[in-house]
Design a protein. Structure first.
Length: 239
């Protein structure tokens, strides 16, 4: 395990570059707000407070570019709160002792906006009890390997075709993607809160093997479960 003291200066800047490259190379159009927020938050995980000046400039450019890209993909780049956070971040002084706090505030405001965006998109579906029932069944039954669109549709009082259409309309994702997102979100919580092995986490959230979990986790979060646990632990210690 990498020590906190080792994640400083140049080694952390190289880590940031790697994380930005991973995010830039992903198709983020299939991710919802909270998942995009996790990707953005992961960019600055365990960032040391005493970055050398050249690395601060690199960090400013990389983070600004990637967050702007994510905001465009999520369709929130014209929101007043997002524009305000970018203006304040652009006005921050990289030579100031408060620069680290300015960056953390920018990341927090950006990720909060991404999480709010999904909630706002889902509000129209509250009036459709069928979609509510479908989502509730997915959220309560995602651990079941036998969970299928047909079962969820029947529970919601819909045909499989109609259920797929409405789920896509209100969530922006298909049934299978929603299930994997739900499982990966549950895996994130277990990795953050407990000491279960990756194999145990995979079983708990409904995957038949750790390799299945790793594949979907990396696709949606941009890193492996093991790396995610390490980064989260470092972030908690450093923060």
């Amino acid at each position: 395990m990498v020590s906190v003291s080792a994640v400083t200066g140049r080694s952390w800047s190289e880590t940031l570059v790697s994380r930005c490259q991973q995010l830039a190379g992903r198709d983020t159009s299939d991710l919802d707000g909270p998942e995009l927020a996790d990707c953005v938050r992961a960019l600055t995980a365990a960032m040391p407070a005493d970055l050398p000046m050249p690395d601060r400039f690199v960090t400013r450019n990389l983070v600004s570019t990637l967050v702007a890209r994510v905001a465009r993909v999520a369709g929130i780049d014209q929101r007043r709160d997002v524009l305000t956070s970018f203006v304040e971040w652009a006005a921050s002084d990289v030579t100031s002792s408060e620069w680290h706090n300015d960056l953390e505030r920018f990341i927090k405001e950006s990720t909060d906006a991404l999480r709010r965006q999904r909630d706002e998109n889902l509000r129209p579906c509250i009036g459709d009890a069928r979609i509510v029932r479908a989502m509730q069944m997915i959220e309560s039954g995602y651990r079941d390997n036998g969970l299928s669109l047909t079962r969820v549709a029947s529970h919601a009082g819909l045909s499989a075709w109609h259920a797929a259409r409405l789920l896509k309309r209100f969530t922006g994702a298909g049934f299978t993607t929603i299930v994997h997102r739900t499982r990966v979100a549950a895996a994130q919580r277990l990795l953050e809160e407990g000491t279960c092995s990756v194999k145990e986490v995979a079983t708990v959230v409904g995957y038949g093997s750790s390799s299945q979990l790793c594949a979907h986790f990396k696709r949606l979060i941009g890193t492996t479960p093991a790396r995610y646990r390490i980064d989260h632990s470092l972030d908690q210690i450093a923060g």
